[in-house]
Design a protein around this ligand. Structure first.
Ligand code: SAM
Length: 212
């Protein structure tokens, strides 16, 4: 690892709003991290955490945790949250497979999945797949919501068909182009790094929401 990268990683570790396996609580984030009783929203595969930061600014009455395996990415979101003085958003560097280690059953009210890697040949690593849906169901409260946003039509169709048949889930909204949603809807208002960088103008972006 270059010295520069080591320094950047060290800086991320020093941020007051970044947790990892060693420092994260095992459940009761509202009480232990945010010192309130507000609902908890997760962004999984958050990258630079655009959803966590923007939603935290918009919804001060909710708590947000952005989770990603890549520390330098979440460091960018965490730095932005510090600059914006947002107290209701933190980041967790961890693998989503460890969700039940960090979050208690029924602890989470919503999960956002913005632009997960499609992993066409590797279902086991696809953040929307039967094992991951079961993990999400473990931590989501009854009536809890999952949001999937993607530019990948195959992934969208896969997720849609999976949620239709996977026990417990009910799709509440599915659109093949987010332009059909009101301009104020978060999936239109908030654009991620991936979305800005790779989705060329005019390519439709798919979105679905489902409840458990
Ligand atoms: C295509 S990127 C999208 C990042 C961001 N949501 C965006 O739209 O810019 C997918 C992200 O998912 C993260 N990721 C993939 N598998 C993961 C896992 N099992 N646990 C946590 N993060 C994961 C990757 O590190 C990466 O940052």
């Amino acid at each position: 690892m270059s010295r520069n990268k080591a320094l950047r990683l060290e800086r991320v570790k020093q941020l007051p709003n970044v947790f990892d396996h060693a420092s994260a609580p095992q459940g009761r984030w509202a009480e232990k991290v945010f010192d309130n009783t507000h609902p908890l929203v997760l962004e999984i595969g958050c990258g630079r955490g655009e959803y966590s930061v923007a939603l935290a600014a918009q919804f001060p009455e909710k708590n947000f945790v952005g989770l990603d395996v890549k520390p330098l990415r979440i460091g960018q979101g965490a730095t932005r949250a510090v600059e914006m003085n947002l107290r209701n958003v933190v980041f967790l560097q961890a693998d989503a497979r460890s969700l039940p280690r960090f979050f208690a059953p029924n602890e989470v009210s919503e999960i956002w999945l913005p632009f997960p890697d499609p992993q066409p040949d590797d279902e086991a690593n696809r953040l929307i797949s039967p094992p991951f849906l079961d993990l999400y169901a473990k931590v989501l409260q009854q009536g809890g919501r999952l949001h999937l946003k993607t530019d990948n039509e195959l992934l969208f169709r896969y997720g849609y068909n999976l949620l239709k048949k996977h026990p417990g889930w009910k799709i509440t909204l599915a659109v093949s182009d987010i332009q059909r949603l009101p301009p104020t809807h978060p999936v239109r208002k908030i654009r991620t790094y991936y979305e800005e960088k790779f989705a060329p103008a005019g390519i439709p972006i798919f979105y679905l929401a489902a409840v458990i």
